[in-house]
Design a protein around this ligand. Structure first.
Ligand code: ADP
Ligand code: MG
Length: 279
């Protein structure tokens, strides 16, 4: 499914302050962004730049100190507790770095749980969850508990769970951080496939630069601000240049000015930032 022109997520002047030692720490310093329905967005930025805080704001898991988050043009601060619960259960799927599966439950039970919360019968939920586990390549592992699955398999279960109630938006906060590079790649490819096949909007972040390859746009965050927004087309050459070699690790010696430039960007040290083209 193609990207549409409608915004599904919109943030306006979002600030977040955390109380700290009598004062406060401002983790988000006025974030503006727009995400179109069906887009695959990567949020990139150094550790501590505010990515998780931003995910929590967009996902309705925490409230901005100032500013507004709109989901499908609804200001989520205006939702009552019931509506907010509905949003979290039905509209948004969450994927975390540490998978966050329930350890005493099988893969199938983990995936059916959100469906049961949403009111599906046990039979309906089981059928749907088996289908989702098939989709993520775990059709034969549905009886396994998380400890009986590899990290990559656990994340696949978490992805199946995030799709349980047919959300229109998936938020994935560092979904590959606990995985080896190859497994991380597979997970990103899976997310991209689900994005294309189902038209679901995906907002994700990762330390893995190859993530850029699947993104429609990349939002670079630094110190609580949007530093720049890049379209996929703007980065094609750089990604093409670093190609599979990047699996060797960012920071390793590779030739080529474009490649070094790409590496600098990934480390957040770009000398010639491209100003936000889509904002
Ligand atoms: P990232 O996900 O990009 O690594 P975070 O959003 O987790 O960054 O954090 C951004 C900044 O906000 C950091 O300086 C972090 O220490 C701070 N921070 C995040 N959550 C809290 C909190 N609950 N209380 C105080 N400070 C926080
Ligand atoms: Mg984080």
């Amino acid at each position: 499914m193609a990207v549409t022109q409608e915004n599904t997520v919109r943030a306006r002047a979002v600030r977040k302050r955390f109380p700290m030692g009598g004062g406060y720490l401002e983790a988000l310093k006025g974030i503006d962004l727009e995400v179109k329905r069906g887009e695959y967005i990567s949020i990139m930025g150094p550790s501590g730049s505010g990515k998780t805080t931003l995910f929590n704001m967009i996902g309705g898991l925490d409230k901005p100190s100032d500013g507004t988050v709109y989901i499908d043009e609804v200001d989520i601060a205006q939702l009552d507790a019931y509506e907010l619960a509905w949003l979290r259960c039905r509209k948004i799927g969450y994927i975390f770095q540490t998978f966050n599966l329930i350890p005493v439950m099988t893969a199938l039970e983990n995936v059916t749980l959100p469906m049961i919360f949403a009111g599906l019968s046990g039979d309906e939920a089981n059928t749907k969850a088996r289908g989702l586990l098939d989709t993520v390549g775990l059709g034969d592992r549905w009886q396994h508990k998380p400890t009986e699955l590899s990290g990559g398999q656990q994340q696949r279960v978490a992805i199946a769970r995030s799709f349980a109630n047919d959300p229109s938006i998936i938020l994935a906060d560092e979904p590959t951080a606990n995985l080896d590079l190859k497994t991380g790649h597979d997970i990103i490819e899976l997310l991209r496939k689900l994005n294309k096949d189902r038209g679901v909007t995906i907002i994700s972040n990762t330390h893995d630069p190859s993530m850029l390859n699947v993104s429609d746009r990349i939002i670079w965050i630094r110190d609580g601000r949007v530093e720049r927004v890049e379209n996929r087309s703007d980065i094609d050459i750089e990604v093409g240049t670093i190609g599979g070699d990047v699996l060797g690790g960012v920071g390793e010696a590779h030739g080529g000015a474009a490649e070094r430039h790409a590496m600098d960007r990934l480390k957040g040290e770009a000398t010639q930032p491209t100003e936000g083209k889509s904002q």
